[in-house]
Design a protein around this ligand. Structure first.
Ligand code: FES
Length: 113
């Protein structure tokens, strides 16, 4: 594979808990969406073993942003790819972000405050 030109790297957990939660379907949905949207030259995927957040399975991690997404489904996997294509942040299943030199839980804005 050619790494030059890749803008996004998705690490898709295929550890036991994630597989029990449907990670194979998430992986296939993400990879198919990347093909359909013609993003293969800019988005790369890698299956990983456990990333240590099994209670939140299935897990997908995006680099270089350092964003972690949890409880992913095939549909949310596709939405994540569409957000990457539009250069937008994908919020609905965002769990952690990388800020100020470490990972931090993402807290969704509350609009009724
Ligand atoms: S198996 Fe995916 S986070 Fe543990």
């Amino acid at each position: 594979m050619k790494l030059e030109g890749i803008q996004s790297h998705l690490l898709i957990c295929n550890g036991k808990s994630c597989m029990r939660g449907g990670a194979d379907h998430v992986t296939n949905a993400i990879r198919t969406c990347i093909e359909v949207e013609k993003l293969t030259s800019t988005v790369h995927t890698t299956r990983t073993l456990c990333n240590g957040m099994c209670k939140e399975a299935p897990v997908v991690i995006h680099y270089p942003s350092g964003q972690w997404f949890t409880r992913m489904t095939p549909e949310t996997g596709k939405s994540l790819v569409h957000a990457l294509a539009a250069n937008e942040m994908y919020i609905p299943h965002l769990s952690h972000t990388y800020e100020n030199d470490c990972f931090r839980p993402y807290h969704k804005p509350r609009y009724n405050d």
